[in-house]
Design a binder for this molecule. Structure first.
Ligand SMILES: Cc1cc2nc3c(=O)[nH]c(=O)nc-3n(C[C@H](O)[C@H](O)[C@H](O)COP(=O)(O)O)c2cc1C
Length: 394
């Protein structure tokens, strides 16, 4: 039997195999972030499909860090009963669940949070939301750090097995870590050590609030692909080493921050028509030009984070490493695991298409995902419809 079906641990959490459901925003929560039946069914199906570890889609830690749409909320105790249902549904079928904790920072809009978005620094209008963000005051930074801690407490009360801190995707923690977004000259910027300070404090605060035995993992951007230099692989490796020293239980990397770096984060098709068609009339021409200019530039290229992974994995020693991005063939994943290039393999789009893919792999009924990386699933969530595969047969 392939190494991928051997159990392994992340911290003290034993996972039945090496397959991880990569965080995938589902656009299925209530408007206020409470868990719905649809979410419970989705996670139950994934667990029945034999995924070992399910990392949830983004869960918002603070109302000012919300995104437009229907993301899961973990910013108030009222959310705990729904999150508990989610954890129970996953556990019932033998999988483990880590909740992905996120503060959106500048990558949101006034409609979503009721005021000007917060950021480390003022960096011109966000290319997608076209709005400016306001530099955070010291006490707002401290409030955000506490919010991550309180979210971790709620995850523990809900019975989750761990939390996965999003320092990726261009959101708040990514912004603080990035020399492009973080132009502060106070104790939170100006040097790599200072830019890392918020991460250090978030990791400590989250750890303090987790129940014993729960895991703390991080998703880190390895490359921002911003117009001027942001996080690059060597800097990400430096941060990864510091995170390992702080005792994180596993690390996953991503590439690109969504609204600045085109399609680097997922690669593949740019579904221009689907992305534009339901936008308000005044937004259509600009959006069409923007997406059209990206089409054909991010061809799908297999496991596209592997090169960055080699550098970053070397920096974290024995800390388990989760590889995500473009993994489609079982034999390829096996080779990666056997060579020790990753301890876990994470899948997002393939599990949107086939939530039972891991079971199919184990039973010898599939050798590869049938996902064609058309990214029409992404267009669905942009328009606030529930996540689903839109390719034919999906
Ligand atoms: C529809 C969609 C939603 C996503 N939502 C999230 C998310 O909530 N959090 C996150 O860290 N990454 C998110 N991602 C990125 C995935 O976790 C993953 O890094 C990326 O899709 C590459 O993996 P894949 O080739 O297996 O799809 C999302 C990707 C897609 C396609």
């Amino acid at each position: 039997m392939s190494i991928l079906f051997n159990p392994a641990k992340i911290g003290e959490v034993e996972i039945r195999n090496r397959f991880v459901h990569a965080a995938t925003y589902e656009s299925m929560a209530e408007e206020d972030g409470r868990v719905t039946d649809m979410l419970v069914q989705r996670y139950s199906r994934l667990a029945r499909g034999e995924v070992g570890l399910i990392i949830t889609g983004i869960a918002i830690v603070h109302p000012l860090g919300n995104v437009p749409g229907r993301a899961i909320g973990i910013y108030s105790d009222a959310m705990i009963p729904g999150l508990k249902r989610l954890a129970e549904a996953v556990h019932e079928h033998g999988a483990k669940i880590f909740i992905q904790l996120l503060h959106a920072g500048a990558q949101t809009n006034r409609q979503a949070i009721g005021r000007t978005p917060l950021a480390p620094s003022l960096v011109g209008p966000n290319p997608m939301y076209l709005n400016l963000a306001r530099p955070m005051r010291e006490r707002e930074i401290e409030e955000a750090i506490r919010a991550f801690g309180q979210a971790a407490r709620r995850a523990a009360e809900a019975g989750a097995d761990g939390v996965h801190i999003a320092a990726s995707g261009g959101y708040l923690l990514n912004e603080f870590l990035s020399p492009y977004f973080n132009r502060r000259k106070d104790g939170w910027g100006g040097s790599d050590e200072n830019r890392f300070r918020i991460m250090r404090e978030v990791i400590r605060e989250v750890r303090r609030n987790l129940a014993p035995g729960m895991a703390l993992t991080v998703k880190l951007t390895a490359n921002d692909y911003t117009p001027r230099e942001g996080i690059t692989t060597p800097l990400a490796a430096r941060y990864a080493k510091w995170m390992a020293e702080l005792g994180i239980d596993a690390l996953e990397i991503a590439s690109g921050c969504t609204t600045y770096s085109g399609w680097h984060i997922w690669r593949g098709g740019v579904p221009v028509k689907e992305l534009v068609k339901d936008l308000p009339g005044w937004q259509k021409p600009v959006a069409w030009l923007k997406f059209r200019s990206m089409a054909g530039k991010y061809d799908f290229s297999g496991p596209y984070n592997l090169e960055d992974a080699r550098v970053i994995k070397a920096a974290i020693g024995e800390v388990p490493f989760i590889l995500v991005g473009g993994l489609r063939r079982l034999s390829q994943m096996e080779e990666i695991a056997e060579k020790g290039e990753a301890d876990f393999v994470a899948l997002s789009r393939p599990l949107v298409r086939e939530p039972n893919l891991v079971k199919k792999f184990r039973e010898g009924r599939a050798e590869a995902s049938s996902c064609i990386s058309c990214n029409k699933c992404f267009a669905e969530i942009v328009h606030r419809r529930p996540l689903r595969c839109m390719a034919s047969g999906g």
